[in-house]
Design a protein around this ligand. Structure first.
Ligand code: N01
Length: 534
């Protein structure tokens, strides 16, 4: 009988997206052995799986990229204001090759669970390709990595093409001459809908909750603009890192009560013309903090939607009735104008309920629709969904899934009491979901690397966030959220898009720069809030 021993390493990094690539590189720098695990066939993470036509990031490319290497940021050249998915994927492949980390990943490999061993103070990580015995584990599984699949009766009987924006096929998909339905009108739906409408015979947009969306005004990046930023990239990055959202927004930084309506309107107009959700949401700085400010900004955005739709009755259906920016503010290219086309029908699921899918289409309370293709753009079981599907067992066999089913609590959005030697990059309670996530990722990876260096130098065998520090941080995250209008948000920010999830804001709203300052203080104070065992 042959016995297979687990592979032994210092660090396991799960996920080969922005986090995993940088974390493996940092482990190398520290002289630690590292194994990366990735279920995809290559690097890219989010940008590997989501590849539907029209997908581009809503953070500007000059911001949405690593800042840690002057060589990389000088060598790579972005060509558009907002980067398209193939460009981001190519960028991540370029960086992974440049850092020589691709070889450290086991691709096509799924992690199924991880178990903390009290005797050895190490983790045993179970994967589809065998076990790995590791001192540390860093989850770089991202915030939007587990698609939410709606439970529509009859979905498995549909005989046409059933696609999901979050797991889009690698082979080209044609809409030409087909009757197509898109379910979901969040960021993903809003991007794929105008493209599908261009060639589909007919497009049905199934909308339950309208989104606020702004014209992206994507355009080629002028070479002079790229050169200008590259010439001062260090300062540009420092400005982004010292901001609330992790990106340069050029806001006046004034609350609505100080600005007054005229200035607020002209700032909104200026940022609307620029085209950027972060800039628009920062134009009136207390948009998600003050009801008057929010009402003014919401009214501005509603009027803009109305101006883009020919039929006032359809515009009424497309205009949201919730406070702007308490759900994700989207950007689009011709989204609202798509509803002016003859071949597009808005199916408002608030007027007619979706009952079932059939072999040839779908039925609602208003009737039957025949389609050849049905696209799910229904979002994600975000932030906690991926780790909650794994069997992760910490001290005393405690289950992370069970713990987070009550409240997704962490210390500083990256460590969990009862789960020693484990980091959750961009975890619940960090600013990541509402920030330029690359800045949030760099903040986490660099801080984790700093802590690993200290642990190794001091021969620490295990570290763990204390229950008190976790409670205090989670209470602070909730307190900040409750002081804003985000307390009214029904979305993946608060877990309400997935049945059975606790209603808790998973985003720390205190801002990127204050958050990073706090992390630095914790490190300077000898990792306050952690128990270190030597
Ligand atoms: O998902 P979403 P997404 N029946 O959750 C609807 C990032 N992202 O993939 O709200 C009917 O926003 C749901 O309706 P409702 C970005 O952070 C970024 O679009 O549940 N409808 C909603 O309309 C974003 O926030 C970019 O009533 C159902 C939609 O599906 C995040 O990813 C691009 C339903 C889901 O919207 C998620 O965006 C893409 C059901 N059973 C994504 N279930 C850019 O950077 C769900 N819906 C540009």
């Amino acid at each position: 009988m042959s016995i297979t021993h687990p592979v032994r390493t210092d660090v396991v990094v799960v996920g080969a997206g922005f986090t995993g690539i940088y974390m493996v590189h940092k482990a190398h720098e520290l002289g630690l052995s590292v194994v990366g695990i990735e279920r995809g066939q290559g690097v890219g993470g989010t940008w590997y799986w989501n590849r539907y036509p029209g997908l581009r990031c809503d953070v500007e490319s000059l911001d949405y990229s690593y800042s840690f290497s002057e060589e990389i940021q000088q060598e790579w050249t972005w060509t558009e204001k907002f980067p398209a998915q193939p460009d981001i994927l190519a960028y991540l492949e370029f960086v992974a090759n440049k850092l020589d980390v691709t070889k450290d990943f086991r691709f096509n490999t799924e992690v199924t669970g991880a178990q903390w061993n009290e005797q050895t103070s190490r983790w045993l990580v179970a994967t589809s390709a065998g076990e790995i015995d590791t001192k540390y584990i860093v989850w770089g599984t991202g915030i939007l990595s587990t698609p939410k699949i709606p439970n529509i009766p009859g979905m498995d009987t549909f005989e046409g093409e059933l696609l999901n924006t979050a797991t889009w096929p690698h082979a080209p998909v044609s809409f030409a001459g087909k009757k197509v339905a898109v379910l979901g009108t969040g960021s993903s739906g809003i991007q794929v809908i105008p493209i599908a409408a261009e060639t589909a015979e007919h497009l049905y947009v199934l909308q339950r909750t309208p989104s606020y969306s702004l014209p992206a005004r994507n355009r080629p990046l002028a070479p002079e603009r790229v050169a200008e930023v590259k010439a001062r990239y260090g300062d540009y990055r420092a400005e982004a890192r010292s901001s609330m959202l992790g990106a340069v927004t050029e806001t006046l930084d004034q609350p609505f009560s100080v600005m007054g309506e005229d200035l607020a309107r002209s700032e909104l107009e200026r940022n609307y013309e620029y085209g950027s959700p972060m800039r628009f949401a920062s134009a009136v700085v207390d948009t998600i903090a003050d009801d008057d400010a929010n009402a003014f900004v919401s009214a501005f955005a509603k009027a803009k939607i109305r101006s883009r739709v020919n039929d006032p009755a359809i515009a009424d259906k497309l205009i949201p009735d919730y406070r702007i920016a308490t759900r994700r503010l989207c950007i689009d290219t011709n989204y609202y104008e798509t509803f002016n086309r003859e071949n597009v029908t808005l199916v408002d699921l608030r007027d007619e309920e979706l009952i079932a899918m059939t072999p040839t289409g779908f039925t609602t309370t208003a009737g039957e629709y025949e389609v050849d293709m049905f696209i799910l753009a229904t979002g994600f079981d975000a932030v906690t969904g991926t780790l909650s599907r794994l069997d992760i067992r910490g001290r005393g066999g405690a289950s992370l899934k069970e713990k987070w089913s009550h409240s997704p609590s962490t210390y500083m959005g990256l460590a969990v009491a009862g789960f020693p030697n484990m980091f959750v990059a961009t975890g619940p309670g960090s600013p990541a979901p509402l920030s330029n996530v690359v800045v949030s990722i760099e903040t986490h990876v660099e801080w984790i690397a700093g802590m690993l260096a200290r642990l190794e130098a001091d021969h620490v065998t295990s570290f763990e966030a204390t229950a008190e520090s976790e409670q205090e941080w989670t209470a602070h995250v909730n307190e900040v959220s409750d002081s804003t209008l985000m307390r009214f948000s029904d979305s993946w920010y608060t877990g309400t898009n997935v049945a059975g999830k606790p209603r808790v804001n998973v985003v720390y709203l205190g801002g990127c720069a204050p958050y990073e300052a706090r992390l630095k203080e914790i490190a300077a104070e000898g990792y306050r809030g952690f128990t270190l065992t030597t």
